[in-house]
Structures are given as C-alpha cells and as structure tokens.
Design a binder for this molecule. Structure first.
Ligand code: AMP
Length: 372
C-alpha cells in the first residue's frame, strides 16, 4: 500500500485524508490498515509519533460505516492521549458527522459524559478508571462493541490498569476485532494479547522501542547544585520550544517557578493539576503562548505536539524505557529534534541503564561534557 488511494475507502473519507494532507501512509499505516480492514486482530508495535492513531481510526471508521449497528471502544492510559485520539477521530470524520464519539476521562464532569452517552455515540474513547465508573453506574453498555482498541497498552500496564482492563473486558463481547498498540513488547503485553486476542497479526515498525532516527541526543555532566544554572544556559542558547522533564510534582513546580522568575514563558503539567490546568498548559505550549513546558512523566507519552524542538531531561527517568518515550516527544513525524540529558554523579547508575538499553538498540549518544 503506497497511497491511501490503493484502499477502497469511502469517498468522503478519502477526501478528508487529502484535506488533512495525509497522502502517503506512514509505515505503520501501510502495514496495519490493510490487516485491520480485513477484520483481523492486530498487535502493532510502533514508537510514538508514527501515525498509529490514524492506523486504527481509518479502518475503524470504514467498519462503522459499513455496519451501522456496530460500535467501537478505544482505551488509552492518559486523559491527554484520549483527548488527542478524540481530536484525530473528529478530524477524520469531518464528513461523517453521524459518527459521534464520547470521551470518558477522569477529571471531567460526569454530567457532560452522561449527555454524550445518551447521544448514542458510535465510538467511546476512555481511560480505564472512568469507564469502570460508568460501568458501575450502568450509564454505559458495551454490548454492541465490535472493535476494541488498546492504545499504548504497555503504558496502561505500567500504570497498574491491568485489573481495570480485566474488569472492562468482561463487558465487551468476545466476538469482536481487537487492535492493540504498544511502544514496547514486554512479556505481560504478549500475555495480554494471548488472553484477549484471536490469532493476531503482528506488525513492527523499526526495532522495538527504537527512538526516532531524527533525534540528536546528547548528555551533560552536572551536579544537583549546578543544574539550574546549566539549564538557564541551555534554554537561552536554544531556539524553538522546549519540553523539560523533572522527577516529581514538587520539582516540576519549583523548576517552572525558577524559569518563570528568570524571565521565561513557561507552563507546567503533572498529576496534581486539575484537568483544566493541564489542558491550558498544553494548549498554551502548543500555540506558542509558552515556549517551555515542564512536566513529570505524565507527559512522556501520547502528547503529540509537532513543533517540540528540544527535550531536556533535567532529571533522568527512573525506568530506562521511559527515556525513549520522553525523547520521542521531539522528532515527531520525521521532524528534527534534539534531546539533552543532565546526569549528576547520583544519577550515573540510571544513565548506565539507559545507555545499555540504547546500545542494545544500536543508538549512540553524544557524550558532551560542559565547560563550567
Ligand atoms: P500519532 O503517532 O498518531 O500521534 O501521529 C503523529 C503525527 O503524524 C500526527 O501529528 C499526525 O497528524 C501525523 N500523521 C499521521 N499520519 C500521517 C500521514 N499519513 N501523513 C502525514 N502526517 C501524518
């Protein structure tokens, strides 16, 4: 499949794709869409920013158009990712307004979600916790779900959603198509696939968890005491928007305040902020009101902001795999990006784990030592 025109897509969808400037399918789309259109179960292993949202939305839309009694359920680990999926789905169905979608995420009012559910949505996109709340209150039924998508399945398991998923899956008909996407394929994901999927076709794009090749990665040796000064130098000497990761909510707050006091336009996002604050922070960053976004790992996956030029790991992640997800926020859809990591003497063991992981994947990092 070299072009979306090779697929027999409904005409309206074809012209929506053209209007969105989606002419050539990305590799995951080229591999996954024909399999999903044939009704098969699919396990897609793709790094972030590869176009996987459209890879499952396009076949889903075709199937929903063809079978009016069918509905679809998409589960995602974070509110932000669920919102982004909703946004892509709405764009793709611009000419199919009858295909309504309901977004069921925590932190938003139940009332508006009850209303959305009464509107007979053909698609529900949800985070597992909130969907379970609705199932308990019997405000949602999943009897007509014919397509189930598990997006960023590895992240859902990392976040401890396995019991929630098992609970939800009791309500979804067994006779369905299941599409599972994951950036990594640890054994618990393979077990999940075996348990809930029927003879899935596997599709892998690049090496498993390979960072996008367009990301230039470098590292700076620093100390806790000098981190802030080094950061100011780095932030000032760089052009373009910057996503900075800190380890904890408090460090995120403190760092954002420090950058603000130093005259930078900065917003922040972490789990203790309200949904509105999180949305405002991301929107402001997306649209250039803030050049810098400081975040905990909550922002490490799923958020698609195409213009992020730099990712700075002010603190290293505790889990090496998260390094790959963090730096995957830049260099999206073929754009160039830069990733810089601060490494203090205490963080050396963490850095060693990361380099070991990168070496396994044949990715090199410029070890640049800063003159201080
Ligand atoms: P995703 O991995 O789904 O978050 O997509 C990453 C980015 O690639 C998003 O900004 C999409 O709008 C963009 N994208 C996805 N598919 C295509 C395509 N076929 N052509 C151009 N851009 C695309």
């Amino acid at each position: 499949m070299n072009s979306f025109k090779d697929l027999s897509l409904p005409e309206a969808l074809q012209s929506t794709l053209s209007a969105m400037n989606y002419s050539v399918p990305t590799p995951i789309q080229a591999k996954a869409i024909p399999i999903a259109m044939a009704g098969r179960d699919l396990v897609g292993c793709a790094q972030t920013g590869t176009g996987k949202t459209a890879a499952f939305c396009v076949p889903m839309i075709c199937s929903l158009i063809k079978t009016p009694a069918k509905t679809a359920l998409i589960l995602a680990p974070t509110r932000e990712l669920a919102m982004q999926i909703e946004e892509v789905f709405k764009k793709l169905t611009a000419r199919h307004q009858d295909l309504k979608i309901a977004l069921l995420i925590g932190g938003a009012s139940m009332g508006s979600q009850f209303r959305a559910l009464r509107n007979r949505p053909r698609v529900i996109v949800a985070t597992p916790g909130r969907l379970n709340d609705h199932l308990r209150q019997r405000s949602v039924t999943l009897d007509s779900v014919g397509i189930l998508v598990l997006d960023e399945a590895d992240r859902m398991l990392d976040m401890g959603f396995a019991p929630q998923l098992n609970q939800i899956l009791k309500f979804v008909p067994k006779n369905r198509q299941t599409l599972l996407f994951s950036a990594t394929m640890p054994s618990d994901i393979q077990q999940l696939a075996m348990r809930y999927m029927q003879n899935p076709e596997r599709v892998t794009i690049g090496t498993v968890s390979q960072p996008a090749v367009t990301i230039d990665q470098s590292v700076v040796q620093t100390t806790q005491a000098t981190k802030n000064n080094v950061l100011i130098d780095e932030v000032t000497s760089r052009d373009g928007s910057i996503l900075i990761f800190a380890r904890t909510k408090r460090r995120t707050d403190r760092l954002a305040r420090f950058l603000y006091d130093s005259g930078h336009k900065v917003s922040r996002i972490h789990g203790d902020r309200t949904q509105k604050q999180r949305n405002d922070a991301i929107d402001g960053f997306k649209h250039g009101k803030f050049r810098i976004l400081v975040a905990t790992d909550i922002a490490a996956r799923g958020i698609d902001i195409s213009h992020i030029a730099h990712v700075i790991n002010y603190d290293l992640p505790a889990v090496a795999e998260d390094y790959i997800h963090r730096i995957g926020r830049t260099g999206r859809a073929g754009a160039e990006g830069k990733a810089l990591s601060f490494v203090t003497p205490e963080e050396k063991p963490l850095w060693k784990d990361i380099t070991r992981l990168l070496a396994k994947k044949n990715v090199s990092v410029n070890a640049r030592t800063l003159q201080q």
